[in-house]
Structure formats: C-alpha cells, structure tokens
Ligand binder design. Structure first.
Ligand code: TXA
Ligand code: MG
Length: 326
C-alpha cells in the first residue's frame, strides 16, 4: 500500500533537509528536475544504488547519472576533463545536459555498470538543487538518479506519474518530492566528453547547434560507440502500453498527438496540440501516459520537423514506436 505521507508537496527547506538525511541513511528519494523526475540515491552508497536498480527493474550494467549541486564537485567524479567540457558546463549548467567523462575516484563500479566513464549533471530545478545542497551539507557527494520509471517505460514528468510508476516498489523511509510538471519534459542531452571532440550520445533540448556554437568544435554523430551502454539508446524505450504509430492519418478511436495546426478527423482522441516544439517536448510523455489511462490501443504521432529539440523528440518517438517492447 502506498502511504500518502511519503509524498511531500510544497517542499520547504526543512523537507529538503529531511529528504537529504533520508538519502544519507541509504533511502531513496524521487525528485523533480527540469527534464523529468529522478529516482535518487546516495551515489557513494552501493546498497542504495542496488535498490535503484531493483526498484526500476533495470539491468545493473546500465550506468547512472550523478547529479551535483555545482560544477565545483566535478573533480571528485571525473578526470581528464577537456577545456571544451568546462566551457559547456559553465554555459549550460545548471541545465538539461549530462557530460560523460573518464571516471574519477568516487565513481564506483556499482554506479557506472563497470564502465570506466561516468555521467554527471547539475540540474536546473529549485527542488533538485535545494536537495543537492542540503545533501552536500550532511556530507553527501552526489545523488545518482535515473529517470523515475520502470525500465523501458515512459519517463515521468509529474508526481502523479512517479507514483504510478514506482509507488508500489518504494519502501518505508523512501520519499517522493512533488515539484509539479517538469519544464523541459524530455531527458537531458548526453555528451561524451572523453575524446578530443564532444559527441552526442542522446539528443535533448541542448542541441548540436548550441554545443557547436559554444565549443566551436564539430560535434560527433549520435552513433553510439558499442563500448558505451546507454539504456535510452536501446531500440525500444520510452514506450507506453499503447502501440505508437508515426506520421500517418489517425482513424476513429485512435489517440493523436500533433502540432496544433494539424487537424484530426472525427472520432480521433486528441491527446495534445502543442503550439511550439518546446511545448511538444513538455507535454509528450504525459500525453502518452494519458493514452494508457484512457485504455487506447493506438496513438498516432505526427512528428515535429526540423532541428533543435525536434531532433530529440523524434529520437524518443522512434524508440517509443519500436514494436519490440521491453
Ligand atoms: O534528464 C535526465 O538525464 C534524467 C534526470 C533525472 O536527470 N535522468 C535520466 O537518467 O534520464 P536515465 O538513467 O534514465 O538515463 C540516463 C542515460 C542512460 O541511458 C545511461 O545508460 C546513460 O545515461 N549513461 C549514464 N552514465 C553513462 C556513461 N558513463 N556513459 C554513457 N552513458 C551513460
Ligand atoms: Mg531513463
């Protein structure tokens, strides 16, 4: 049974201190970020990290992102940090960008899935930052947090969605912090910074163009190195129960997600009508969840065209529409 008292709304400073203490004692805390909600644990505590994997149902060789309160903590977690990565971090942190480096002293095998690299990010959300700061005050070094969904499912962008996904898997002492709807709505851009050039491993709202403008370097392709495991790069991921079909006319009884200027026929269940690509990203996951809540069998999505965040939206939709649901 889910205990209502475990959900903390309107987080106060004291609530964040309590949540930080819970993390320090090995419990899990779900929290909002500007991208999606995360399932957090003390990044130095192997037992707590093991619980993340079991609560998510995620294979233990898939690495977790370490969340930090500021760039100042980077040295503990990463080594061989190139100048272009410092420039990216100074420009886009706090923000929806994860940088992957050769791992530093604190990044244990239990966190990195045994890889020699580690992903780090400073999130841009008052509750996430408040929690990270409170955690640092009690001696915490960083909070490991994957998206707060079961493995392969759609990431949660609201407290309600977190509870639906994980509520029944959490234990006494764990907490869920409510921060309303996430602003960006899709996961952070992941950039491999272990080489001479930045390379995008997962597109997000920080686009190729933004990275190139900042670093003056040509950004590598999104083709993943086989040596690097990015679970979000599996063919099927971010998938609802409903079958997702792309770029075809929806028929009666099917769900439909498309830009507001694209009309739908009679009997089609309109799930979202965003007016910009940013809004498309913000509402996409809640619209896919809504399809499942309504028991729809099929959702048709008209993909946004062009560059920028549209690239990331199409990446997620391609995976959500893969037939091999995990
Ligand atoms: O926006 C986000 O990034 C959210 C919020 C909560 O911060 N987090 C998130 O975490 O999406 P997760 O675990 O659901 O997805 C992170 C992705 C995974 O596909 C993981 O494999 C990859 O990042 N990743 C983590 N560490 C990595 C590393 N060292 N090398 C390559 N990929 C890594
Ligand atoms: Mg995820």
């Amino acid at each position: 049974m889910v205990l209502v008292s475990r959900i903390i709304s309107n987080c106060s400073f004291v609530d964040l201190e309590n949540a930080a203490n819970s993390l320090k004692s090995g419990s899990l805390v779900t929290f909002p970020t500007e991208t999606v909600y995360g399932l957090g644990a003390d990044a130095c505590n192997a037992d707590a990290i093991a619980r993340i994997y079991s609560v998510k149902g995620r294979p233990t060789n898939h690495p977790l992102i370490v969340h930090l309160a500021s760039i100042d903590a980077l040295g503990d977690w990463a080594k061989d940090v190139p100048a272009y990565a410092i420039s990216l971090a100074r420009t886009f942190w706090p923000g929806p960008m994860t940088l992957v480096f050769n791992r530093g002293v604190l990044a244990g095998d239990f966190l990195t899935g045994g890889q020699d690299s580690v992903g780090v990010r400073v999130p841009n959300h008052p509750i996430a930052l408040g929690l990270l700061e409170a955690f640092a005050k009690v001696g915490g070094k960083g909070i490991a947090a994957p998206s707060a969904n079961r493995f392969g499912n759609v990431s949660p962008t609201s407290m309600h969605a977190v509870n639906e996904e994980l509520g029944k898997y959490l234990a006494e002492g764990d907490q869920m912090l409510d921060g309303g709807e996430c602003d960006v709505g899709i996961e952070s851009t992941i950039i491999d910074c272990s080489g001479d050039l930045p390379k995008i491993l997962r597109p997000g709202s920080i686009s190729v163009q933004m990275i190139q403008d900042n670093t003056k370097l040509i950004v590598g392709s999104t083709v993943d190195s086989p040596a690097i495991r990015v679970s979000g790069s599996l063919a099927s991921h971010y998938a609802p129960e409903a079958t997702v079909l792309l770029d075809q006319p929806p028929i009666k009884g099917q769900g439909f997600i498309a830009m507001a200027d694209i009309a739908a026929g009679e009997g089609v269940v309109r799930l979202a009508s965003p007016k910009s690509h940013e809004e498309f990203a913000r509402v996409l996951y809640s619209a896919l969840r809504n399809a499942d809540e309504r028991g729809l069998e099929t959702v048709v999505v008209a993909q946004p065209k062009g560059d920028g965040i549209a690239v990331a939206i199409r990446d997620r939709l391609r995976r959500a529409s893969s037939v091999n649901h995990i």
